[in-house]
Write a protein that binds this ligand. Sequence first.
Ligand code: ATP
Length: 256
Amino acid sequence: MSLLAATGITKRFAGITALDDVRIAVDEGERVGLIGPNGAGKTTLFNCLLGLLRADAGTVSFDGSDITRLPAYRRARLGIGRTFQRVELFSGSSVRDHLLFAHRIRSGTGALWKDILGLGLPKPQELASCDALLESLGLEGMGGEPIETLSLGQSRLVEVARALMTQPRILLLDEPSSGLDRAETAALAGTLMRIQTDQGFGLLLVEHDVELVATFTDRTYVLDFGRLITHGPTAEVMKDPQVKTAYLGDMLVDTP
Ligand code: ATP
Protein backbone atom coordinates (compact mmCIF):
# COMPACT_ATOMS: atom_id res chain seq x y z
CA MET A 1 0.00 0.00 0.00
CA SER A 2 1.35 3.41 -1.00
CA LEU A 3 1.72 6.13 1.59
CA LEU A 4 0.27 8.83 -0.68
CA ALA A 5 -1.79 7.83 -3.70
CA ALA A 6 -4.04 9.67 -6.11
CA THR A 7 -6.16 8.15 -8.88
CA GLY A 8 -8.35 9.60 -11.61
CA ILE A 9 -7.40 13.18 -10.77
CA THR A 10 -9.07 15.57 -13.21
CA LYS A 11 -9.02 19.35 -12.88
CA ARG A 12 -10.43 21.92 -15.28
CA PHE A 13 -10.03 25.69 -15.26
CA ALA A 14 -12.52 27.54 -17.47
CA GLY A 15 -12.19 25.32 -20.51
CA ILE A 16 -8.59 24.18 -19.88
CA THR A 17 -8.15 20.60 -18.73
CA ALA A 18 -5.13 21.04 -16.48
CA LEU A 19 -5.21 17.40 -15.32
CA ASP A 20 -6.90 14.49 -17.07
CA ASP A 21 -7.32 11.22 -15.18
CA VAL A 22 -3.90 11.36 -13.53
CA ARG A 23 -2.63 8.84 -11.01
CA ILE A 24 0.46 8.97 -8.86
CA ALA A 25 1.72 7.08 -5.81
CA VAL A 26 4.60 7.53 -3.41
CA ASP A 27 5.65 4.82 -0.96
CA GLU A 28 7.08 5.28 2.51
CA GLY A 29 10.71 6.45 2.32
CA GLU A 30 10.70 6.66 -1.48
CA ARG A 31 12.05 9.56 -3.58
CA VAL A 32 9.78 10.23 -6.56
CA GLY A 33 10.06 12.85 -9.30
CA LEU A 34 7.28 14.64 -11.20
CA ILE A 35 8.43 16.36 -14.38
CA GLY A 36 6.93 17.87 -17.51
CA PRO A 37 7.18 20.98 -19.64
CA ASN A 38 5.66 24.36 -18.75
CA GLY A 39 1.92 24.18 -18.22
CA ALA A 40 1.92 20.35 -18.02
CA GLY A 41 -0.10 20.41 -14.80
CA LYS A 42 2.62 19.71 -12.20
CA THR A 43 1.69 22.52 -9.80
CA THR A 44 -2.00 21.77 -10.22
CA LEU A 45 -1.41 18.14 -9.24
CA PHE A 46 0.82 19.24 -6.33
CA ASN A 47 -2.00 21.50 -5.07
CA CYS A 48 -4.62 18.76 -5.47
CA LEU A 49 -2.45 16.39 -3.40
CA LEU A 50 -2.06 19.03 -0.69
CA GLY A 51 -5.73 19.99 -0.59
CA LEU A 52 -5.07 23.54 -1.80
CA LEU A 53 -7.18 22.81 -4.88
CA ARG A 54 -10.26 20.61 -5.08
CA ALA A 55 -10.09 18.22 -8.06
CA ASP A 56 -13.19 17.87 -10.24
CA ALA A 57 -12.78 14.09 -10.12
CA GLY A 58 -10.53 11.50 -8.53
CA THR A 59 -9.47 10.43 -5.08
CA VAL A 60 -6.46 11.04 -2.86
CA SER A 61 -5.51 8.65 -0.06
CA PHE A 62 -2.89 8.80 2.65
CA ASP A 63 -1.78 5.76 4.62
CA GLY A 64 -4.85 3.88 3.42
CA SER A 65 -7.42 6.55 4.37
CA ASP A 66 -9.40 8.63 1.89
CA ILE A 67 -8.36 12.27 2.33
CA THR A 68 -9.99 13.62 -0.84
CA ARG A 69 -12.25 15.97 1.09
CA LEU A 70 -9.83 16.96 3.84
CA PRO A 71 -8.64 20.60 3.87
CA ALA A 72 -4.93 21.37 3.56
CA TYR A 73 -4.31 21.99 7.27
CA ARG A 74 -5.71 18.58 8.22
CA ARG A 75 -3.56 16.88 5.58
CA ALA A 76 -0.55 18.73 7.03
CA ARG A 77 -1.37 17.40 10.50
CA LEU A 78 -1.52 13.86 9.11
CA GLY A 79 2.08 14.25 7.99
CA ILE A 80 2.01 15.74 4.49
CA GLY A 81 4.65 18.50 4.46
CA ARG A 82 5.42 20.84 1.58
CA THR A 83 7.51 23.70 0.28
CA PHE A 84 6.39 26.08 -2.46
CA GLN A 85 8.00 27.29 -5.68
CA ARG A 86 8.15 30.87 -4.42
CA VAL A 87 9.89 31.30 -1.10
CA GLU A 88 7.17 32.21 1.40
CA LEU A 89 8.93 33.58 4.45
CA PHE A 90 7.88 36.48 6.67
CA SER A 91 10.22 39.44 6.90
CA GLY A 92 10.60 40.85 10.39
CA SER A 93 10.78 37.33 11.87
CA SER A 94 13.82 35.26 12.71
CA VAL A 95 14.70 31.88 11.26
CA ARG A 96 13.75 30.27 14.58
CA ASP A 97 10.35 32.03 14.64
CA HIS A 98 9.50 30.36 11.33
CA LEU A 99 10.36 26.94 12.68
CA LEU A 100 8.50 27.41 15.96
CA PHE A 101 5.41 28.58 14.15
CA ALA A 102 5.44 25.44 11.97
CA HIS A 103 5.89 23.25 15.03
CA ARG A 104 2.87 24.82 16.75
CA ILE A 105 0.73 24.34 13.64
CA ARG A 106 1.56 20.63 13.54
CA SER A 107 1.06 20.05 17.25
CA GLY A 108 -2.36 21.72 17.00
CA THR A 109 -2.72 22.36 20.72
CA GLY A 110 -4.16 25.83 20.38
CA ALA A 111 -0.78 27.33 21.24
CA LEU A 112 -0.82 28.87 17.77
CA TRP A 113 -3.29 31.49 19.01
CA LYS A 114 -0.96 32.38 21.85
CA ASP A 115 1.79 32.84 19.27
CA ILE A 116 -0.41 35.12 17.22
CA LEU A 117 -1.17 37.15 20.35
CA GLY A 118 2.50 37.14 21.30
CA LEU A 119 1.89 35.25 24.56
CA GLY A 120 3.33 31.79 23.94
CA LEU A 121 6.99 31.64 24.87
CA PRO A 122 8.83 28.72 23.29
CA LYS A 123 9.65 25.81 25.55
CA PRO A 124 13.31 24.82 25.98
CA GLN A 125 12.72 21.53 24.14
CA GLU A 126 11.14 23.39 21.20
CA LEU A 127 14.19 25.64 20.98
CA ALA A 128 16.50 22.64 21.21
CA SER A 129 14.72 20.80 18.39
CA CYS A 130 14.85 23.95 16.20
CA ASP A 131 18.56 24.31 16.75
CA ALA A 132 19.23 20.59 16.14
CA LEU A 133 17.32 20.73 12.86
CA LEU A 134 19.12 23.89 11.74
CA GLU A 135 22.43 22.22 12.49
CA SER A 136 21.49 19.13 10.47
CA LEU A 137 20.73 21.39 7.50
CA GLY A 138 24.03 23.26 7.79
CA LEU A 139 22.35 26.39 9.22
CA GLU A 140 23.85 26.10 12.70
CA GLY A 141 23.93 29.33 14.69
CA MET A 142 21.43 31.02 12.34
CA GLY A 143 18.29 30.66 14.48
CA GLY A 144 18.31 34.28 15.58
CA GLU A 145 19.03 35.73 12.12
CA PRO A 146 16.36 37.96 10.58
CA ILE A 147 14.93 36.06 7.63
CA GLU A 148 15.57 38.90 5.17
CA THR A 149 19.34 38.63 5.62
CA LEU A 150 19.46 35.09 4.16
CA SER A 151 20.56 34.17 0.63
CA LEU A 152 18.00 32.45 -1.62
CA GLY A 153 19.75 29.10 -1.09
CA GLN A 154 19.58 29.54 2.70
CA SER A 155 15.93 30.65 2.47
CA ARG A 156 15.07 27.44 0.61
CA LEU A 157 16.73 25.46 3.38
CA VAL A 158 14.67 27.36 5.97
CA GLU A 159 11.56 26.41 3.98
CA VAL A 160 12.68 22.78 4.12
CA ALA A 161 13.44 23.13 7.85
CA ARG A 162 10.02 24.62 8.44
CA ALA A 163 8.41 21.69 6.63
CA LEU A 164 10.51 19.21 8.61
CA MET A 165 9.41 20.80 11.92
CA THR A 166 5.99 19.35 11.17
CA GLN A 167 7.60 15.86 11.21
CA PRO A 168 6.23 14.89 7.80
CA ARG A 169 5.89 11.30 6.68
CA ILE A 170 6.05 12.66 3.15
CA LEU A 171 7.50 15.92 1.88
CA LEU A 172 6.28 17.54 -1.35
CA LEU A 173 8.73 20.00 -2.89
CA ASP A 174 7.63 22.32 -5.70
CA GLU A 175 10.67 23.34 -7.75
CA PRO A 176 13.17 23.73 -4.89
CA SER A 177 15.89 24.61 -7.43
CA SER A 178 13.95 27.61 -8.75
CA GLY A 179 16.24 30.68 -8.81
CA LEU A 180 19.30 28.75 -7.63
CA ASP A 181 22.49 28.35 -9.66
CA ARG A 182 24.05 24.94 -10.33
CA ALA A 183 26.31 24.99 -7.27
CA GLU A 184 23.46 26.06 -4.97
CA THR A 185 21.18 23.41 -6.48
CA ALA A 186 23.81 20.71 -5.96
CA ALA A 187 24.30 21.83 -2.34
CA LEU A 188 20.55 21.80 -1.70
CA ALA A 189 20.22 18.35 -3.31
CA GLY A 190 23.08 16.98 -1.18
CA THR A 191 21.52 18.30 2.03
CA LEU A 192 18.07 17.01 1.11
CA MET A 193 19.44 13.59 0.19
CA ARG A 194 21.31 13.32 3.49
CA ILE A 195 18.38 14.34 5.67
CA GLN A 196 15.89 12.21 3.72
CA THR A 197 18.12 9.15 4.06
CA ASP A 198 18.54 9.89 7.75
CA GLN A 199 14.87 10.51 8.56
CA GLY A 200 13.28 8.18 6.00
CA PHE A 201 10.31 10.30 4.95
CA GLY A 202 8.85 9.89 1.45
CA LEU A 203 9.58 12.67 -0.99
CA LEU A 204 7.83 13.96 -4.11
CA LEU A 205 9.98 16.35 -6.11
CA VAL A 206 8.22 18.54 -8.69
CA GLU A 207 10.96 19.97 -10.87
CA HIS A 208 11.99 21.62 -14.11
CA ASP A 209 15.60 20.68 -13.39
CA VAL A 210 15.74 17.25 -15.01
CA GLU A 211 19.33 16.70 -13.91
CA LEU A 212 18.28 17.13 -10.29
CA VAL A 213 15.44 14.63 -10.75
CA ALA A 214 17.79 12.19 -12.53
CA THR A 215 20.28 12.17 -9.67
CA PHE A 216 17.85 12.42 -6.81
CA THR A 217 14.83 10.19 -7.45
CA ASP A 218 14.14 6.45 -7.75
CA ARG A 219 10.99 6.75 -9.84
CA THR A 220 9.59 9.49 -12.02
CA TYR A 221 6.21 10.47 -13.43
CA VAL A 222 5.99 12.59 -16.59
CA LEU A 223 3.05 14.87 -17.31
CA ASP A 224 2.29 16.64 -20.55
CA PHE A 225 -0.81 18.69 -21.33
CA GLY A 226 -2.39 17.35 -18.15
CA ARG A 227 -1.90 13.69 -19.04
CA LEU A 228 0.47 11.20 -17.50
CA ILE A 229 2.55 10.08 -20.49
CA THR A 230 4.86 7.68 -18.69
CA HIS A 231 6.21 6.67 -15.32
CA GLY A 232 8.74 4.18 -13.99
CA PRO A 233 12.31 3.94 -12.71
CA THR A 234 13.90 7.36 -13.29
CA ALA A 235 16.81 6.04 -15.39
CA GLU A 236 14.37 4.31 -17.76
CA VAL A 237 12.03 7.29 -17.97
CA MET A 238 14.95 9.56 -18.87
CA LYS A 239 15.79 7.27 -21.81
CA ASP A 240 12.21 7.08 -23.08
CA PRO A 241 12.35 8.57 -26.60
CA GLN A 242 8.85 9.98 -26.18
CA VAL A 243 9.95 11.93 -23.14
CA LYS A 244 13.30 12.82 -24.62
CA THR A 245 12.25 14.22 -27.94
CA ALA A 246 8.73 15.44 -27.44
CA TYR A 247 8.86 16.93 -23.96
CA LEU A 248 12.31 17.58 -22.63
CA GLY A 249 14.53 17.96 -25.69
CA ASP A 250 17.91 19.40 -24.90
CA MET A 251 17.20 19.69 -21.19
CA LEU A 252 17.55 15.94 -20.78
CA VAL A 253 20.78 14.70 -19.28
CA ASP A 254 22.42 11.53 -20.51
CA THR A 255 22.00 8.79 -17.96
CA PRO A 256 24.05 5.61 -18.05
P1 ATP B 1 5.11 25.33 -14.79
O1 ATP B 1 6.20 24.32 -14.96
O2 ATP B 1 5.19 26.43 -15.80
O3 ATP B 1 4.95 25.80 -13.37
P2 ATP B 1 2.99 23.37 -14.47
O4 ATP B 1 3.35 22.07 -15.09
O5 ATP B 1 3.12 23.49 -13.00
O6 ATP B 1 3.74 24.56 -15.20
P3 ATP B 1 0.30 24.25 -14.03
O7 ATP B 1 0.71 25.52 -13.39
O8 ATP B 1 -0.27 23.19 -13.16
O9 ATP B 1 1.48 23.65 -14.91
O10 ATP B 1 -0.77 24.62 -15.15
C1 ATP B 1 -1.45 23.63 -15.93
C2 ATP B 1 -2.46 24.35 -16.83
O11 ATP B 1 -3.52 24.87 -16.05
C3 ATP B 1 -1.88 25.53 -17.60
O12 ATP B 1 -2.50 25.60 -18.86
C4 ATP B 1 -2.26 26.72 -16.76
O13 ATP B 1 -2.38 27.89 -17.53
C5 ATP B 1 -3.61 26.28 -16.21
N1 ATP B 1 -3.90 26.84 -14.88
C6 ATP B 1 -3.24 26.58 -13.75
N2 ATP B 1 -3.78 27.23 -12.71
C7 ATP B 1 -4.82 27.94 -13.23
C8 ATP B 1 -5.81 28.84 -12.68
N3 ATP B 1 -5.82 29.12 -11.36
N4 ATP B 1 -6.71 29.37 -13.51
C9 ATP B 1 -6.72 29.08 -14.84
N5 ATP B 1 -5.84 28.24 -15.43
C10 ATP B 1 -4.90 27.69 -14.64
